[in-house]
Design a protein around this ligand. Structure first.
Ligand SMILES: C[S@@+](CC[C@H](N)C(=O)[O-])C[C@H]1O[C@@H](n2cnc3c(N)ncnc32)[C@H](O)[C@@H]1O
Length: 326
């Protein structure tokens, strides 16, 4: 292969001047104060010769490719993989080397840390256990979504980037001047995205986990938004302060939200909308939704039932937009 012998101190200048003829996909050879740079043709005034060059290892184009190169079947991993800023969280199926998965992710994405989920989300705070499988532990994730910045510790609070399009959808439904309750608010993603869109809405977020509340308040501050963040149990707070108050209520607790529908119903104005997230068997979607909505104890109309994400073979998460008509 043709190459040019360039004194080490002139390499930078050479690369800038002749960038169109340099073959960058090969490793340059360094010898005795000179660098041999492979080129398409020899520029005038330089010493030219033939040498053998090694191709640079190519960065995999996708996580699928990086995993396959390490002999790992990508399917289960790709569907569980979440990237939040420079931190990735992944579920590694049993029998697969977690560290290889961490390395594969780092080859494709610019991450400081990769964590493997050690459990499903559980407990009242809906938190999952995480184990570091690549890089160094990070105390906080910095993540941007729908124009808002968020910071949180992923092992102490619930957060899912997969609901980003839902947050956008709801923020686009909101009308100026609405009173909005975000129940089970976590670190505030729904409330923040709505607040960014609606400057004249009154927005209240209610959350039980004190760590999530701390991050929620911080997120309100760093985005310079106006949201009333309340630490406490949804049922107690609603029944004490929000009777017949809300034009819109968001209920992102798919596992248990039906147990709070009566309280939400109480807090909702006539013609208000409730966005109710829940798990249903995909083959009995409508029946199961209607069964759960009996708890609302108000007259309602279902405006929409929409698939949010798959949970398992038969179970899916849906969002139901319900109008309280009387
Ligand atoms: C599935 S997470 C959703 C968090 C957030 N809305 C999001 O989308 O990232 C549910 C949240 O509800 C909170 N939570 C559970 N039961 C609650 C209750 N009775 N009152 C207030 N918050 C509750 C949990 O701590 C958790 O942060």
């Amino acid at each position: 292969m043709k190459c040019v012998k360039v004194p080490k101190k002139n390499v930078q200048m050479f690369l800038e001047r002749f960038k169109n003829i340099v073959l960058n996909s090969y490793e340059f050879i360094k010898e005795d104060g000179f660098v041999f740079i492979p080129v398409i043709k020899c520029p005038e005034g330089y010493e030219c010769m033939e040498k053998t060059f090694k191709e640079k290892p190519r960065k995999p184009k996708s996580l699928r490719e990086a995993l396959l190169k390490k002999g790992i079947n990508a399917k289960g991993i790709l569907s569980s993989f979440d990237l939040m800023g420079d931190v990735a969280v992944v579920e590694v199926p049993e029998g697969i080397d977690e560290n290889l998965v961490g390395e594969a992710i780092a080859e494709v994405h610019n991450v400081k840390a990769v964590y493997a989920k050690q459990s499903a989300v559980s407990g009242i705070y809906r938190v999952k256990k995480l184990k570091l499988i690549y890089g160094r532990d990070v105390e906080e994730v910095h993540y941007k979504e729908n124009g808002v910045k968020m910071v949180f510790n992923p092992s102490k609070v619930f957060f899912s980037p997969r609901l980003a399009s839902e947050r956008k959808r709801i923020s686009e439904l909101v009308r100026e001047g609405e009173n909005i309750l975000v129940l089970f608010a976590g670190v505030g993603p729904f409330a923040l995205v709505i607040a960014k869109k609606c400057k004249t809405c009154k927005i209240v977020g209610i959350e039980l986990n004190p760590v999530a509340v701390k991050y929620f308040k911080k997120n309100v501050e760093i985005n310079n938004l106006s949201i009333d963040v309340i630490e406490g149990d949804v049922r107690e707070v609603l029944n004490k302060r929000f009777h017949n108050w809300a034009d819109r209520i968001v209920m992102p607790l798919p596992k248990d939200a039906e147990h709070f529908l009566a309280d939400a119903g109480n807090a909702c104005k006539k013609n208000g909308i409730i966005h109710f997230y829940t798990f249903v068997n995909r083959h009995r979607r409508e029946q199961e939704v209607k069964e759960k909505l009996k708890n609302l104890k108000r007259k309602y109309k279902i405006r929409l039932i929409k698939h949010v994400r798959d949970y398992s073979k038969d179970i899916e998460q849906v969002v139901v937009d319900v109008e309280v008509v009387e």
